[in-house]
Design a protein around this ligand. Structure first.
Ligand SMILES: Nc1ncnc2c1ncn2[C@@H]1O[C@H](COP(=O)(O)OP(=O)(O)OP(=O)(O)O)[C@@H](O)[C@H]1O
Ligand SMILES: [Mg+2]
Length: 660
């Protein structure tokens, strides 16, 4: 099945913003209330400072005409009546007004610092929590999810998409709230001052919104395409690094560069367009703002020149004095500037809202994926045998295990783990259509070594994937010591299996860390013992820093065979009662393989082992050999039985033919 990309990088699903905000409010309600309060103060500060500037203007204009008992009044010291544009009168002087103005600015700065700081904390904490939840959820997803989704796309959720959410929360969201608040405040203040001039601003607002929709919409479209192109470029780089050797071997450097150039050009095309449209927005909006400013000025001049009526909500009121009028013009000019600046700022954030929602939508898609179901109620536990043959549960690592049934009535029932595994008429399909295994029955008794042989793609690995429940079977039964494996907790089932997977994966860390991965509480001595069983001890001691040598890049500094030996050591340290070795020795020379085989045979004495091997010499001493062909078991028996049968195995063994 070809990998599918995570949801096409298009627009967000409906309701994404609501979900995101709900999560945000649920996690940080008090922080957000604080942000909101600070924003209200900030906007209030901005607006009231404009009002006080207008009052100060009025005061200054009025001061020129004022005399008291023949001597001019000192407007900085003496108090007098200052009429505001809104009709209220303040008995004050210029000094007091300036002090109030200073205080308002201070509150504004403090509020601004407050919400920025709180928002930075909220954003980073939310992102931290979001990444954690996403990663935790990803760990619980069935293997099928990873089979059907390109790994590069999953990775970019944690980088690109998360970053768009960060931008949305830290910048766009506060800007959205601020613009809303400013618009409401400004609108009512303007309306209570002059309906005509308000009308000018409202018309300007709709023009601005039209531009935001037109230009902003276009630029958003290109920004989303830019994100998609960026994802493709990242995917290509990742693939090129992974396949570096293949590219060199086939001398495809030029072709690889060509492909990269194509993707890179595509990215440039979308990014250029996105930025061209995005960059137009700022000057266009700025100029509309300037235009509004001029319009307000002209309107004011007209009102003054023609003695127009100052139309307010309370009715007609002729302009009676210049001081009130000048203040009104000053206020209006400031309001229109503030209004335009805000809408402009918001238009810059629009893109982050669109992108943030698209990114959040994809991340939430991953979170909505159904996790692996685990209805198991049978647990694995270590037990200690008493002298009289009875046993009891223990915390320490013994080599004896039992299944612990947790019955509904709270009763506990223990059943010793023996390692008896039965597959009973199992059918399985990866995609729900084509059967990969059909009517497969296998009986592995405690202590037996069962081998699977067969051509590539016959279904050997698939059988082991079913025993450890990477996938669930379509039909039939798998029983472990008589218990249906669906009833066993998945983690406990897997803990009871020491698995060497066909693909070796090593993690960044020392050699010792990588061996200890098999059982985290294993001591250094136990790890070294396991390395000896896997015959890895010799090569490890020859490494520059022995067991402390750092491995990086999936163990790129080791040979293929050495990597396999480490993965065997990792399974050996787990010391599980059942072992599954999938092509564990395919890259190891025959002499080392013999030694490994002796080691594991010794380790697994009395325990059940499943081995998959292409080299038939490895499986000769098995208790039963299953020959698989196209998902069917076509022959089974011991090596001698199968040779005597003179069937497929015999022919394989004698080299008469190869399985197709
Ligand atoms: N994750 C998967 N999704 C879909 N089909 C798969 C998947 N893994 C394997 N298959 C298919 O299932 C069949 C059996 O694959 P399997 O890996 O079990 O083969 P195998 O016997 O282990 O082969 P090999 O010897 O090469 O390891 C193959 O036809 C393969 O195409
Ligand atoms: Mg395989």
């Amino acid at each position: 099945m070809p990998p599918v990309r995570i949801r096409e990088r298009g627009r967000a699903k409906k309701g994404t913003m609501k979900r995101l905000l709900k999560q945000l409010f649920k996690l940080y309600p008090w922080h957000l209330v604080l942000v909101l309060v600070c924003l209200v103060f900030n906007v209030f500060g901005n607006i009231s400072s404009s009002i006080f500037v207008s009052l100060t203007t009025n005061a200054l204009v009025a001061s020129g005409e004022m005399t008291y008992a023949g001597t001019p009044v000192n407007p900085f010291v003496d108090t007098y009546d200052v009429v505001s544009t809104f009709g209220f009168t303040m008995h004050t002087n210029i000094t007091s007004l300036l002090i109030i103005l200073g205080c308002i600015y201070f509150v504004g700065i403090f509020a601004s610092w407050g919400w920025n700081r709180t928002m930075a904390i909220v954003t980073q904490s939310f992102m931290n929590d979001f990444r954690k939840r996403m990663f935790d959820h990803m760990q619980d997803l069935p293997i099928k999810y990873f089979d059907t989704h390109a790994h590069g796309s999953i990775m970019s959720l944690y980088t690109n998409d998360i970053d768009t959410i960060r931008q949305f929360i830290s910048q766009a969201l506060p800007s959205l709230i601020q613009t809303g608040l400013v618009s409401i405040f400004v609108f009512f203040i303007m309306l209570s001052t002059s309906v005509w001039m308000t009308l000018v601003i409202v018309v300007g607002f709709f023009i601005m919104m039209g531009v935001v929709k037109g230009v902003g919409g276009k630029s958003s479209k290109y920004f989303i395409k830019q994100q998609a192109a960026l994802g493709k470029v990242e995917g290509d780089i990742e693939e090129s690094i992974q396949g570096l050797k293949v590219i060199k071997v086939f001398t495809h450097e030029e072709k690889s560069c060509e492909e990269f150039d194509k993707l890179n050009d595509e990215l440039r095309h979308y990014a250029t367009n996105a930025n061209i449209h995005g960059n137009i927005m700022m000057p266009v909006m700025g100029n509309i703002g300037n235009f509004l400013y001029i319009l307000c000025g002209i309107m004011g001049a007209l009102i003054f020149a023609f003695g127009w009526k100052n139309l307010s909500l309370s009715g007609y009121a002729p302009i009676t004095n210049l001081d009130q009028f000048a203040g009104m013009i000053a206020l209006f000019l400031m309001m229109s500037r503030m209004f335009a600046n805000n809408v402009n700022q918001f238009s810059q954030q629009l893109i982050f809202i669109v992108m943030g929602m698209a990114g959040a939508s994809r991340c939430l898609d991953l979170m909505d994926e159904k996790p692996e179901t685990d209805d198991g109620y049978v647990y694995l536990c270590n037990v200690k045998y008493n002298e009289d043959g009875t046993f009891e549960e223990t915390e320490e690592h013994t080599r004896d295990y039992a299944w612990k049934h947790q019955h509904k009535n709270g009763e506990l029932e223990y059943k010793p783990l023996k390692g008896d595994i039965v597959l009973d008429q199992v059918d399985f399909s990866y995609d729900g259509n084509r059967l990969v295994l059909e009517d497969v029955s296998i009986y592995a008794h405690p202590g037996q070594k069962i081998a699977f042989v067969g051509a590539t793609g016959a279904g050997k690995t698939t059988i082991t994937n079913l025993i450890n429940r990477f996938y669930d079977i379509a039909d039939g039964k798998i029983r472990y010591d008589g218990i249906n494996i669906n009833k066993i907790k998945k983690a406990d089932l897997r803990k009871s299996l020491g698995i060497v997977l066909q693909d070796v994966n090593l993690f960044t860390g020392t050699v010792m860390d990588n061996i200890r991965y098999g059982r985290l509480d294993a001591t250094d001595e136990e790890c070294i013992k396991a390395a000896k069983i896997a015959n890895a001890h010799d090569f490890i001691t020859r490494l520059p820093e022995g067991y402390n040598t750092m491995l990086s890049g999936d163990g790129a500094n080791l040979s293929q065979g050495q990597r396999q030996l480490l993965s065997i050591a990792r399974a050996a340290v787990a010391d599980a009662p059942v072992m599954i070795l999938d092509e564990a020795t395919s890259s190891i020379d025959t002499r080392t393989e013999k030694l490994v085989q002796q080691g594991t045979d010794q380790l697994m004495e009395g325990r059940t082992v499943f081995v998959i091997a292409h080299r038939l010499s490895t499986v000769q001493n098995s208790n039963a050999i299953m020959v698989l062909d196209h998902g069917h078991i076509i022959e089974r028996g011991t090596h001698d039985d199968l040779i005597a049968q003179k069937g497929v195995y015999y022919n394989l063994y004698t080299g008469a033919f190869e399985l197709e």
